[in-house]
Design a protein around this ligand. Structure first.
Ligand code: ADP
Length: 159
């Protein structure tokens, strides 16, 4: 079984993330989307909310499952018998950090990292940009799945 993991914060999941997950699901037998729980980093959505939004957005892919994790992704890979990490690369600005992380992960565990180039339709997209625009009334429909749109308007609406 060729099982890979797509790790990230997904705060919240965007169509750019989903594009990578869907393409990975065509190539590998199973894709685990691993949602990082990092209590020291403030997030708009709790890790359980992020997991729920991802489950909703990926339910049409039978070989994709979503789980939260904390700590090292290589430890998650060991426990879940995952042989490789799949990451999306949007631009050269992603590359330096991702290459360093991939080499460290390989050094620590032998887990490989495969990079997929971002779909040009979504290469400009990040969760932080979506939150920033949504917060000030920007239209992010078409950039995130519908449940995320609803969740954003609920979370960011003026109180
Ligand atoms: P971000 O907050 O930048 O969206 P995440 O940690 O949630 O970051 O991203 C997880 C992974 O998804 C990273 O490998 C990142 O490069 C990739 N990714 C994020 N946005 C996109 C996108 N628009 N297209 C392709 N890959 C993406």
């Amino acid at each position: 079984m060729r099982r890979v993991v797509c790790p990230g914060s997904f705060d919240p999941v965007t169509n750019g993330h989903l594009d990578i997950v869907a393409r990975a699901a065509l190539i590998y037998d199973e894709v685990i989307v691993a949602v990082l729980h990092n209590p020291s980093k403030s997030a708009l959505f709790t890790v359980d909310e992020r997991v729920e939004l991802l489950r909703e957005a990926t339910k049409k892919y039978p070989n994709v499952r979503v789980q939260k994790f904390h700590g090292l992704i290589v430890e998650f890979c060991r426990v879940h018998d995952v042989s490789a990490i799949v990451k999306g690369l949007r631009a050269v600005s992603d590359f330096d950090y991702e290459m360093q992380m991939a080499q460290m992960n390989y050094n620590q565990s032998g887990v490989e990292t495969f990079f997929m180039t971002a779909n040009p339709l979504y290469a400009f997209l990040s969760s932080s940009l979506v939150k920033e625009f949504a917060k000030y009334g920007g239209d992010v429909s078409g950039l995130v799945p519908d449940p995320v749109l609803d969740a954003l308007s609920g979370r960011l609406s003026p109180s």
